[in-house]
Design a binder for this molecule. Structure first.
Ligand code: PEP
Length: 251
């Protein structure tokens, strides 16, 4: 099969004001030089999607815009929530669902995450579905059990390489500066690939599997070279254009 084109996705979490438009613009300036290496995606807070989208323009420069969460419904009496349709309308073409911070802070279950992925598809955007074990689960030797259960429960039927990205993010590696060994990353990514091809056949062989958790310029090339790693989901290091572009250059 042809090589899978890497995706470097940035998750800004609850960071960013209008003033960070300059940082986003710096990313756009640097992006064309990386177009041969990877697709780039930034997921700012929902308040900035429209502003960044207007700067980006339509379908431009191998660079896309995403969001970090969505409600499962199209619209209605859900104060404070934002639908996938609203995010798509603002310019998002991808939505992260099931990030460990959503699972932990908002009690999102695999069933919730699956419904949110389906909501993203309904709105015509792709879902970046996150899975990953906690430190306790890894220590107990349950990593593959946990990831397998999350995959089975969080991925809807009908996943394709076009509508779905899977992000493996060990919870203990997020924002900690700690990363698994490349051997451990390879083991989990091969396991995810096997589950995807079992369930989605040829499409499963093409779905991008991102690694996330303390990716930074100094470790990106090593992590991106691991078999079955098809890019990165980057938190803290995606806030600065120089770091984000340097990570993409490591593909
Ligand atoms: C994330 O939250 O998706 C993430 C990978 O964070 P960080 O890169 O900061 O560890």
């Amino acid at each position: 099969t042809a090589a899978i084109r890497p995706l470097i996705a940035g998750n800004w979490k609850m960071n960013g004001l209008k003033a960070q438009l300059a940082e986003f613009e710096a990313m756009l300036v640097g992006a064309p030089a990386l177009a041969g290496r990877a697709d780039l995606l930034i997921c700012p807070p929902a308040t900035l999607v429209l502003l960044f989208g207007q700067k980006l323009g339509i379908g431009s420069r191998g660079f896309a815009l995403g969001a970090q969460d969505c409600h499962v419904n199209v619209s209605g009496a859900h104060t404070g929530d934002i639908s996938a349709e609203m995010l798509a309308d603002a310019g998002a073409t991808a939505i992260i669902v099931g990030h460990s911070e959503r699972r932990a802070d908002h009690g999102e279950t695999d069933a919730t995450v699956r419904a949110k992925a389906e909501a993203a598809w309904r709105a015509g955007v792709s879902a970046i579905i996150c899975v990953g074990e906690t430190q306790d689960e890894r220590d107990a030797g349950q990593t593959l059990d946990v990831v397998g259960r999350q995959l089975a429960g969080s991925l809807p039927d009908g996943c394709t390489a076009h509508n779905t990205v899977v992000a493996y993010e060990p919870v203990w590696a997020i924002g900690t500066g700690r990363t698994p060994t490349t051997a451990d990353v390879e083991q989990v990514h091969r396991f995810i690939r096997d589950r995807l091809t079992e369930r989605f056949n040829g499409e499963g062989a093409e779905i991008r599997i991102l690694y996330g958790g303390s990716v930074k310029p100094s470790n990106a090339a090593e992590l991106m070279a691991v078999p079955e790693v098809n890019g990165a989901l980057v938190g803290g290091a995606s806030l600065k254009a120089a770091d984000f572009l340097a990570i993409a250059a490591g593909c």
